[in-house]
Design a protein. Structure first.
Length: 257
């Protein structure tokens, strides 16, 4: 058995262990799982992914709070809110994402849905035009910030054009695009799973290096491309399913063994 086969077997076993419904409740993906309508899932998922850094329990708690502040009707709130409605968002904070950021994100999302048909519509159009998620990531960010907004908002949406890993955006896109029979990711966008890139962060980066899947020392977009291309050797149609495996390896203390 080759080393590559051993690594694939490990990743496949961890994928089987963690890509399951039990994974949902403690993960930010639980927030869009509150809803059944596509637009609600898109908006709730986007906001949950936006604040997805730090302690997972706190992320889930604050993601749930965001949904509740929008009357548990994200799409209706985004499209039909009044300025007085936005006042109820005052006081929200998750690390550096505060109530002003939340209010402005809602305003910018209204422009996305009223003028462009929604987040998913933008990504589907961009991918169908260019056949490249990298271009879709770049153009979505440009569209999102195409109306006047405070400069501080840009820190909350990573830029692939500046070489960022775009971890939270790639995680969000995984939620919306991947299709399987396990009930975790939604598969509601018409984009192939083969086009996705790994949501690379500190933990998945360290695990990828430990397994010999990543040689680049810096976590940036070049590292994302390198490790995703290696994962495509294991499953060209669905390389990002191994996001579960790399996460699971960290939880299982693989690096400590």
């Amino acid at each position: 058995m080759t080393d590559l086969t051993r690594i694939k077997n490990l990743l496949d076993s961890l994928y089987d262990k963690y890509d399951c419904e039990e994974f949902i409740c403690d993960d930010p993906i639980s927030i869009p799982h509150r809803y059944t309508e596509r637009n609600d899932r898109e908006i709730a998922g986007f906001l949950a992914a936006t604040i997805a850094w730090g302690n997972r329990k706190i992320i889930v708690r604050n993601g749930r709070r965001m949904a509740e502040l929008m009357d548990d009707s994200p799409y209706d709130f985004v499209v039909n809110h009044s300025e007085s409605d936005l006042a109820r968002l005052s006081g929200f904070v998750h690390r550096t994402f505060n109530d002003l950021d939340f209010i402005w994100f809602v305003r910018l999302l209204r422009n996305v849905y009223v003028e462009y048909g929604g987040i998913g519509q933008i990504f589907e159009n961009e991918y169908n035009t260019h056949k490249d998620i990298r271009i879709a990531l770049s153009n979505f960010r440009k569209i999102f910030f195409s109306v006047e907004h405070p400069d501080r908002l840009s820190r909350h949406l990573s830029s692939i054009d500046k070489g960022a890993t775009c971890k939270r955006l790639n995680m969000y896109i995984r939620w919306m695009v991947r299709r399987d029979d396990r009930g975790v990711d939604f598969g509601i966008w018409n984009i192939p799973s083969s086009a996705l890139y790994l949501p690379l962060d500190l933990h998945s980066g360290n695990m990828s290096r430990a397994l010999g899947l990543l040689t680049r020392k810096q976590n940036d977009w070049r590292a994302v491309e390198e490790v995703t291309n290696r994962l495509r050797e294991f499953d060209a149609n669905d390389p990002v399913k191994y996001d579960f495996a790399l996460f699971g390896a960290g939880i299982d203390g693989f690096l400590k063994q």
